[in-house]
Design a protein. Structure first.
Ligand SMILES: [Zn+2]
Length: 275
């Protein structure tokens, strides 16, 4: 477990606050970040940097928040590409033709929780408010991947599916991948009923080592489940990096679906290849 580095860097630029993984920021060919609640224009329970929660915020605010994200990464908003997250393990291979989809123009795809690309200058974007963000970078092939992994996506193995997609599409060697996890629920904060826990144990009895029972409820360490799956898929332990932050424990900094009883905005994970 020692190889699982707990590390993040908090950046503050005026009102804007976002995080990066030091393990990924060392690469000149890559830009990535994970936003916090602070830095956008939304108000009320979505204050202020909200990238979703459409029923609780205005379309104009959300678009402006994406513009600020694009500015932060040094690109135009029509260079962003957004998932259509429905807790699937579906992954889209993003090409130049997808630029702006889900942000400045409609998507022509649905039910996509993972994005991969080798196109430089296109920003992959996923949304989060307790669910894990999985970052992948292959510095050898210059390929990136970004996925939304809630408990359903984790149970169904979207992490391993990302590794497999990168291998099949671009010939990536899993041992070359650098993988990162953004802020998401910790084991204490991810409490589930026995039926959910049983679904995990049924899929792989080894997951029992990442669960504890408290009364009739279970607490599952989803980050350890993801790590276990990625290592099983060939990612090296030394190249797996976790920000080590919980959205609910740190609801002062993050939107947390559980921590804010559903009245919350959505944060963005973003990643792009640069020339
Ligand atoms: Zn927590």
């Amino acid at each position: 477990m020692e190889a699982c580095t707990l590390a993040y860097q908090l950046h503050q630029e005026g009102a804007r606050q976002y995080l990066t993984l030091p393990a990924l920021s060392g690469y000149a060919g890559l830009r990535h970040l994970f936003t916090t609640r602070y830095g956008g224009v939304s108000s009320g329970c979505t204050a202020s940097w909200n990238f979703g929660a459409w029923s609780l915020d205005s379309e104009a605010n959300i678009l402006r928040n994406y513009e600020i994200l694009a500015e932060t990464l040094g690109v135009a908003p029509n260079r962003l590409v957004r998932t259509d997250q429905t807790h699937t393990t579906n992954i889209r291979v993003v090409t130049e033709a997808d630029a702006g989809k889900g942000i400045t123009r409609p998507r022509d795809y649905s039910d996509v929780d993972g994005l991969v690309t080798d196109v430089k200058g296109i920003v992959l974007v996923t949304g989060h408010a307790d669910c894990n963000a999985l970052y992948f970078y292959d510095p050898v092939k210059a390929v990136i991947g970004l996925a939304h992994s809630g408990w359903r996506g984790t149970l169904n193995g979207i992490g391993a599916a990302m590794v497999e997609t990168m291998r099949m599409q671009y010939g990536c060697n899993p041992a070359d991948l650098v993988a990162g996890l953004g802020p998401a629920l910790c084991q204490t904060c991810f409490e589930v009923d026995p039926d959910v826990a049983q679904r995990f144990f049924k899929k792989d009895p080894a997951y029992a080592q990442f669960a504890v029972q408290k009364g009739i409820k279970y607490h599952i360490d989803l980050k350890q489940v993801i790590r276990y799956d990625l290592l099983s898929a060939g990612v090296l332990a030394a190249q797996f990096h976790d920000m080590g932050l919980c959205t609910k424990c740190r609801k002062d900094l993050f939107f947390s679906h559980r921590g804010h009883q559903g009245k919350r905005g959505i944060m963005a994970a973003a990643m792009m290849l640069v020339e």
